[in-house]
Design a protein around this ligand. Structure first.
Ligand code: GLC
Length: 663
């Protein structure tokens, strides 16, 4: 049962697509105060849990911190970070005598103080007094999540090949460098399905152009790679370079498709290409225009895209440049340039990236009128990605494309997946990834994954092995690293066969992972589930936040600390431990309870639930070569309901897609 309440005149975010009538009366459960901004308060007992908030730091139970949902280009994902790239305002509150969900549909910042300031209070605030609030009643946490997921529409489904292992680097600078990456993988028989093109494939970072020096005949190159079983996946950034003669820029200006400043001129800010304009993705015509451009690349054989810098990220604006110049002039004309002057300038410059003043300084031309960006900030990446998805659908209606975005809002899950942005090669980020996954699923984002090995900092061999041991279970499995860091393709490290064995296991699991993904998408279910949701009566399970269920059959418990020889695992029921060592699998029955499981860094252990079994196929070097008809069932159960389709089209409800496999 979902109830919808209205405050002020909300912007239609199209997050919820179900028709739900607006209620009169007060929002249940919360005390609401609209004297200054908007404020919802709820008393919490120590045993109450609050789940959700999608892409956010810290635990699965969100108690104990304050989170702000403001799509943020912030590469420092620490415990202190309040906002990451996505804005996902959905929570489920689980109390002794009741459980309910709440979605605050508001495109600017909403702050969730979850028993942080006051240990017994959940306080939700926003300066924006225009929002819809949805309250969802149900019998269990799952029931609420399913209702919410139905209301927001079916999650994006990628092509099946997008479950393969993929490799990225900022940047591979030429076709030859990519050839070498592919050659090394193939030579060592490390499976690989795609290589990403980061910003350097473009001509000076201009969207929908190609650097003709290093990436000439991209179409021919895509064909060459395809013959090797490799897809190319280019990046598209939000900002369009200001440059006379560049058609995307000129068309955008002529048609009025860029965001404008307060005087109605296209807003200017610096991102990778230098000074850019931002397409006005909240204008449906601009969205259509930009989305149609993806065809330039699909015509060259590109089968996937990643949309980046779409919070949007702003290094600095023209306004900041003008103000800095003025400050410098003023200070230089003084008799003495003091330390205070220096600090003031330094402080000013340091505060210019992604600053509020800039987000308040440009406007969107939407069907509901002109809106200041800051009031609709969280919809920008969402609508960029919607633009891409709609453009791709128009270009090739019967084909699934790989598409994922950095910034997001609920609603975008219907169009694409996300990756969790610029993490670091830190052990704590393995655990952070594990913990963020169920929250993302609650909000509809099923096709998700982190930069495996870590984007920033230097990656070590053991870190990559351990991270891949989690990554083999995430729908998006991509190794990516930043400019200037140590190269971290698997073959750069000693004993590459260890990496091969781990990634081989991923390929053996693909029929199962794909099947569970599709069931989650089609049934508004979660792919990753906290133990707490499956065993709400088991106090230990409720507090286990470093293990997850995957689909209906598996439990994963990856190692996320350095120099560990294994880890403690809690089994809430009897399970079968599956160990992959040197490419061989062994199965051991284990009893419910606590165990220390020895897991050397080149081995993977996962668990099959009681009376369940999963299908495994033979390993292959790319998804093209997977034989999904030759499946073996492992586990104590006797049958598994497999979902398998052609992996490329949209015939999801064909009854032939479901097959009951029996031992
Ligand atoms: C951003 C992206 C990162 C990419 C880089 C260069 O930092 O998050 O993935 O490699 O930009 O395009």
């Amino acid at each position: 049962m979902i109830k919808k309440f209205i405050f002020g005149k909300p912007f239609e975010t199209e997050a919820v697509i179900a028709e739900i009538p607006t209620e009169q009366g007060a929002v249940p459960y919360f005390t609401c105060d609209t004297a200054k901004g908007i404020k919802f308060t709820l008393n919490l007992k120590k045993s109450d849990a609050v789940y959700g908030l999608g892409e956010s730091v810290r635990g699965i139970n969100k108690r104990g911190y304050t989170y702000s949902t403001f799509c943020a280009d912030d590469p420092n994902h620490t415990e202190a970070t309040r906002s990451l790239y996505g804005a996902h305002n959905f929570i489920v509150v689980e109390q002794k005598d009741r459980v309910f969900g709440a979605f605050f549909d508001c495109p600017s910042t909403v702050t969730f103080d979850v028993a942080f300031t006051k240990a017994d209070e959940l306080l939700i605030t926003s300066d924006n007094t225009n929002m819809y609030v949805y309250i969802i009643d149900g019998s269990t946490v799952y029931d609420i999540i399913r209702q919410f997921r139905k209301a927001i529409g079916m999650s994006y489904v990628p092509p099946m090949w997008a479950f393969g292992y993929t490799q990225c680097r900022w940047s591979y600078l030429s076709k030859d460098e990519i050839r070498e990456v592919v050659r090394r993988h193939r030579e060592l028989h490390i499976p690989l399905d795609a290589v990403y093109l980061d910003i350097d494939y473009m001509e000076r970072y201009k969207d929908f152009t190609i650097d003709e020096k290093n990436f000439s005949d991209l179409e021919g190159f895509a064909k060459e790679m395809k013959a090797e079983g490799i897809r190319l996946v280019p990046i598209i950034d939000a900002g369009v370079k200001i440059e006379e003669g560049y058609d995307v820029y000129e068309e955008g200006v002529e048609k009025g498709f860029f965001c404008t400043d307060k005087n109605g001129k296209p807003f200017e800010a610096c991102v990778w290409p230098g000074m850019t304009h931002f397409p006005d993705f909240l204008n449906p015509e601009a969205r259509r225009w930009f989305g149609a451009k993806y065809k330039i690349l699909t015509d060259m054989g590109m089968e996937g895209f990643w949309n980046d810098m779409n919070e949007p990220a702003i290094f600095f604006s023209q306004n900041s440049v003008d103000k800095t110049a003025q400050m410098v002039r003023e200070k230089a004309s003084k008799d003495e340039f003091t330390i205070d002057d220096f600090r003031e300038l330094q402080g000013y410059l340091g505060s210019r990236q992604n600053c509020e003043e800039d987000y308040s300084g440009f406007y969107h031309n939407t069907p509901c009128g002109r809106y200041c960006h800051k009031d609709v900030h969280n919809l920008y990446g969402y609508n960029m990605t919607r633009s891409a998805a709609e453009g791709l659908k128009e270009a090739e209606p019967d084909k699934r494309f790989l598409l994922f975005s950095r910034a997001s809002y609920i609603g975008m899950h219907r169009y694409s997946g996300i990756w969790t942005g610029d993490n670091h090669s830190w052990w704590s980020h393995i655990l952070a990834e594990l913990r963020v996954l169920p929250g993302l699923n609650m909000c509809g984002f099923l096709y998700v994954g982190a930069d495996l090995g870590g984007f920033g900092c230097e990656c070590s061999r053991d870190l990559l092995l351990r991270w891949l041991s989690l990554g083999i279970f995430t729908p998006l499995m991509r190794n990516h690293s930043a400019l200037g860091t140590r190269y971290q393709e698997c073959y750069r490290f000693e004993n590459p066969e260890d990496f091969k064995h781990i990634i081989d296991l991923r390929y053996r699991l693909i029929p199962y992972l794909y099947s569970e993904y599709m069931k989650a998408a089609l049934n508004s279910d979660m792919y990753f589930k906290p133990l707490a949701f499956e065993f709400p009566e088991d106090e230990i399970a409720r507090h286990t936040e470093d293990q997850l269920f995957l689909g209906n059959e598996l439990m994963i418990a990856p190692v996320y600390t350095q120099n560990a020889v294994g880890r403690y695992v809690y089994l809430p029921e009897d399970m079968t431990a599956v160990r992959m060592a040197g490419g061989n699998l062994t199965l051991t029955e284990m009893e419910k309870g606590h165990h220390f499981v020895v897991i050397p860094e080149n081995e993977v252990v996962f668990f099959i639930r009681k009376d369940k079994c999963i299908p495994l196929c033979k390993a292959a070097e790319s998804t093209n070569e997977l034989n999904t008809n030759d499946l073996e069932l492992i586990g104590t159960g006797s049958e598994y309901l497999l979902y398998a389709d052609d992996g490329t089209g949209f015939d999801f409800s064909n009854p032939d897609n479901l097959k009951l496999l029996k031992k």
